[in-house]
Design a protein around this ligand. Structure first.
Ligand code: BJ8
Length: 425
């Protein structure tokens, strides 16, 4: 890929040497973790291709879109409504933050005890290795956890196109009003960026596009309820990760294609692992590309992951937006209602998430829950304690994991996870 796209990367301002070393690590990780899996659905070929071209062909498409006058908006959180971007003829891409990069430089801006996800966002910027970030005309940050909130103050000194959204922290009427007013403000900012006024029709159409891609993932999730399960958790996670930067229509079509194939596998009782393999639900912090460490350990330790209670997973995609509105006000209300239901751990109290984890564990026939908390992530690590208690009261075993993007704890994690899986058997 490198020679073909080098001039494009240079034009975007990437540091080629640093970028090449990132691609090398990414490629090796993907080969070791993904391509070594057995019996993958053929439809995963599309996602393998997307990953092999993640900094190539997809970026080329975005650059082409920019040449046609379309704007690119980068986002770090699932609270940023893609519907509004699409309605103004802009493209929204998720900015991954799933790997350590330029850590020494990063620690000149952030204390060491900052979560890996935030450090990664800085590392990609400081190391000049993320073509999505560099292609973005607007980057949206949000006041969610304290770490992100304060980090955007510094990140804003490294880029001149950062827009910060103020998000509520409680599920009250006043908080919902705040979210609605923030979405109105975001709509104006996007209209200003694109020079395009959002209309009822364009917003309604955009809602349909985003609902369709979320519905495709719902279909995939339903199929993971079968035993034997027809697709690995790693592959399903990949589909959830690609959700954030692929072309929406193409993504939707590709997920449906996989689902057609999985339905045939289910009819033939063909699983990716044997029937009665211990089934795990993962819950907690989002896993952005290329953060595959924990699922990889779980699935090479004798279990299979059947669901993700995560923003890169069901927390981010489970709700659809009502599309019955006939006025701008009704459609904006529908968008607000849809996102207000996201039960991120930054909300207090957050009973919805507790209920959702339990509901998912039952619906997917999970034998146990692995709670994944990034080191120094207070919202999720704190919520993990009452969550574990609540699950155990319902006889759902739970293992709390705290880790980061490094590989130093691989052996220790494997030992704990193997013991947990043994207990589930
Ligand atoms: S809606 S989960 S994507 S904020 S891991 S940075 S919480 S210290 S990522 Fe998130 Fe939006 Fe919520 Fe989802 Fe802070 Fe924790 Fe780090 Fe986190």
């Amino acid at each position: 890929m490198s020679n073909t796209y080098e001039s494009m990367w240079l034009e975007l301002g990437l540091n080629l040497d640093a970028h090449n070393s990132l691609l090398e690590v990414l490629g090796k990780g993907y080969t070791d973790i993904y391509l070594s899996q057995k019996d993958r659905p053929e439809g995963m070929g599309y996602f393998d291709f997307v990953m092999s071209e993640v900094h190539g062909l997809r970026i080329k498409e975005l650059v082409e879109e920019k040449k046609q006058g379309r704007k690119i908006i980068g986002s770090y959180c699932v609270f940023v409504p893609e519907e509004i971007a699409l309605a103004a003829n802009a493209t929204l891409v998720g900015l991954c933050s799933g790997a350590d990069f330029a850590l020494e430089e990063v620690e000149k801006y952030l204390p060491r005890n900052t979560c890996a996800l935030i450090k990664s966002a800085f590392g990609f910027k400081l190391g000049q290795v993320c073509p999505y970030l560099e292609a973005a005309d607007m980057v949206v940050g949000e006041n969610t956890c304290d770490g992100k909130k304060k980090a955007y103050e510094s990140l804003g000194t490294l880029m001149d196109n950062l827009y910060v959204m103020d998000l509520p922290q409680m599920k009250s009427g006043r908080s919902r009003d705040l979210l609605r007013s923030e979405y109105d403000r975001f709509k104006l900012a996007v209209e200003k960026l694109t020079g395009i006024a959002i209309t009822q029709d364009s917003l309604k159409q955009a809602i349909g596009i985003v609902n369709a891609k979320r519905s495709a993932l719902h279909r995939l999730n339903q199929l993971r309820k079968s035993d034997p399960v027809p697709i690995s958790g790693l592959d399903a996670l990949l589909a959830n990760q690609v959700f954030f930067y692929d072309n929406p229509a193409r993504f939707t079509e590709s997920v449906h294609k996989i689902c057609d194939e999985l339905e045939k596998r289910i009819d033939a009782k063909k699983g990716v692992v044997p029937e009665k393999t211990p089934r795990i639900l993962i819950s907690g912090c989002p896993m952005a590309v290329p953060n595959w460490k924990l699922p990889w350990i779980i699935e090479t330790s004798g279990a299979v992951i059947v669901g993700e209670e995560s923003c890169v997973g069901e927390r981010g995609t489970r709700n659809l937006t009502r599309d019955s509105g006939t006025t701008m006000d009704e459609l904006m209300d529908a968008i607000t209602d849809r996102y207000f239901d996201v039960d991120c751990a930054i909300f207090t109290p957050n009973q919805d998430r507790m209920d959702h984890v339990e509901e998912m564990a039952n619906a997917y026939g999970a034998d146990g829950v692995v709670h994944y908390g990034l080191q120094f992530c207070q919202p999720y690590m704190m919520e993990a304690i009452p969550l574990e208690k609540a699950l155990e009261e319902k006889d759902i075993p739970c293992l709390r994991i705290e880790t980061d993007y490094g590989m130093e704890d691989l052996g220790q994690l494997k030992t704990r996870i193997e013991a947990f899986i043994e207990q589930l058997k």
